[in-house]
Design a binder for this molecule. Sequence first.
Ligand code: PRP
Ligand code: URA
Length: 208
Amino acid sequence: MGFKEIKHPLIKDKLTRMRKNESNTKVFKENLDEITHLMAYEVFKDVELKEFEIETPVGKTTGYKLEKQIVLVPILRAGLGMVDGFWKLIPNAKIGHVGLYRDEETMQPHEYFAKKPKGSLKDKCVIILDPMLATGGSAVLTINIVKNWGANNIKLVSIVAAPEGRDRVLEEHPDVDIFVASLDDKLNDDGYIVPGLGDAGDRIFGTK
Ligand code: PRP
Ligand code: URA
């Protein structure tokens, strides 16, 4: 599949609320949660199902459940704001965490935390969550980490992407499917997505 921008009026409306400079932490977080929830419809569209027989009050029929274990991997901090949007739909998902910060000068990501759920991630459906795909450095590093954990079926879900980040991930990890709510115009000289929505972590946690 490669890269998919999920276009939907509700997503556009909610993303506009997130982008606005005057939106406070509450508005930002609520709309992030709702967009993630809406994106799940598309992200899970092609996941494999296992069939099994069930009985309803009036007869037997075929039931379905997700074939693969779902593993959510938020990139700290901002990715945390996307966990609940998926977890509400898939409460038995396992969660791994990768903590990265981007050096403001070099724009290179630095790892400060990584915690894998129990067991290998081989043949599980691993979904990396980060609202911002800017240079792509953080996403590429996280994909390397989850591949080291055994992952061979990986999706990356971001809210806003720059073309530079999309291209870098597609080039370095062509096996990973990328879903975004908006492909924006470009990066500015500070490595921020334009028009973007500013520093997602700071806007979620009110740290600036
Ligand atoms: C932001 C964002 C991504 C990263 C994207 O995190 O949440 O993880 O930058 O940039 P990149 O594509 O150029 O790597 P940041 O490092 O600001 O940390 P935070 O989430 O703790 O604020
Ligand atoms: N990280 C953010 O939080 N925002 C950007 O625009 C780029 C990286």
